[in-house]
Design a protein around this ligand. Sequence first.
Ligand code: AGP
Length: 608
Amino acid sequence: MCGIVGYLGKKEAAPILVGGLKRLEYRGYDSAGIAVQNGTGIHVVKEVGKIRNLEEAVTDRELKGVVGIGHTRWATHGEPNRENAHPHTDSTGNIVLIHNGIIENYAALRQMLKEKGHTFKSETDTEVLAHLIEEFYTDDIEAAIRNALHEVDGTYGVAVVSAYQPNHIFVARKGSPIVIGVGEGEYFVASDVTPLVPYTRDVFYLDDYEMAIINEKGIATKTIENKKIKKKVERVTIELESIEKGGFDHFMLKEIYEQPKTIMDAMRGRIIKEEGIVKLGGLAAVEDRLVNANKIIITASGTSWHAGLIGEYLIEEFCRIPVEVEYASEFRYRDPIVGENDVIIAISQSGETADTLAALREGKRKGALVIGVVNAVGSTIARETDAGVYIHAGPEIGVASTKAFTSQVTVLSLITMMIARRRNMSAEMGRDMVNELLRIPEKVQIILHQNDYIRDFARRYTNERNFLYLGRGYNFPVALEGALKLKEISYIHAEGYPAAEMKHGPIALIDKDMPVVFLATRDAIYDKVISNIEEVKARGGRIICIATQGDDKIQNYADHVIYVPETLNALMPLLSVIPLQLLSYHVAVMRGCDVDQPRNLAKSVTVE
Ligand code: AGP
């Protein structure tokens, strides 16, 4: 996600800003920029790609000034290019700002401002905010900022410099972290403490709806209602490396814990609760072709392919459109039967997977509509599809995909609902489904509270040589995903199967040395799964169950039970996968494996 830095003091700001952005590189980004104020003049430099590109541009410009702000952008609205990079300015260039977060009502604000004569250089929601402040400005820039922020729906961490009040930095926060560092006669702003630590460990954090006005005399803190507040300066003690991982031991665990937020971000601004409908701007132009598709082919690789299998169950159940799920690496070479009334959905976290890119190109060549479900904005797959939906999961650093999977499944649920409500899903069913979707983040949070319990019993399985993962219906793809998670980070062989498939061979593997993970949540085929569990138990298999809260019966069969809250059968994968992510993580850690960078693996497989 994006990174923010700011400096006001006695030193040249530019090198401090660039150095601070370098410390934020771990957050993932695709462009970067700084603004430095010298007197009333504000000089903006921004570049696409790595910070070194910005550093070269800044050196060439010999920027002078002791006040400035800087930003690394992880694109959410608009391609990664120089025009969309931050900082952004108003029409006059006298107001310059950087922003973290998502302004959900930016389109309406942009339209209102256009009608007042504003023109925009970028596609971003952030530039809209700069023009909104301009619209409110008369003779008090701080008041204009406050008034503009009152109009914003969504989240922001924002820093503003202005020629109207030189040698000041105005900072505000709602939902996107902002920390302020207090040095010796100098002050720092950042989205986390990483850039501050080389200069000061004395910091305070803004809370939602709070702002800070920084100048050489000090810092005034207040609410955006203009009510003065006091903020307590604390001393930062945690180490830099731990900060980058948000205090977690590994990026993978951090990203598992981000899922309540990232699942919500995948839905943000896309659900109309009252009508039980879903609005996906990126598919608006092709919605009719989706609704009337003859067949839908989902193509992907790895974890994304597992998300695709869940998409198949969703779309066929609620939209009654035939769906095929294809490994991209197979689809691209087998001269598939694809027609102009077919739709291809390409799912990819990185948006750069070579097999998936080749598969979508094959589908396009045969005349199908190709849409993307992608995390990395502006990635090759995102650019080559006809339309698409970004999953807004933020950068996924851990090679083993976790938050991207649940965000992909969330977006596939939204696509399903968008189509189904145009076909045969009732308003009541639509409302029930969107309301349950909106409750999923808090239910994921409940599961995460069992982390210690899972870690404690995981230690009994660190020396296993094999695992089986079994599930039925919507939980079958989850069984596959759980098996993939374990094998790719702990190097223990694991296989996922449809639970009933056991009797067609795999049951020969069962003995006391074979741990079996059952997805046994309450649904229409629960009793069938219990029968499968009994078959395994009768042969001495050790059993770990993922079960629905309140199911005491399962205790009679399982050696360990991890409970998940009740939810709609179709949304259960968003919950039942969480314990499997944690189980694989803890087993791998206890085996001393490199969890974030497992052997032989790359985060994005850009080669065949
Ligand atoms: C999943 O944990 C793996 N990292 C891998 O299977 C991954 O899902 C696959 O390579 C697809 O990557 P993509 O989503 O970026 O296309």
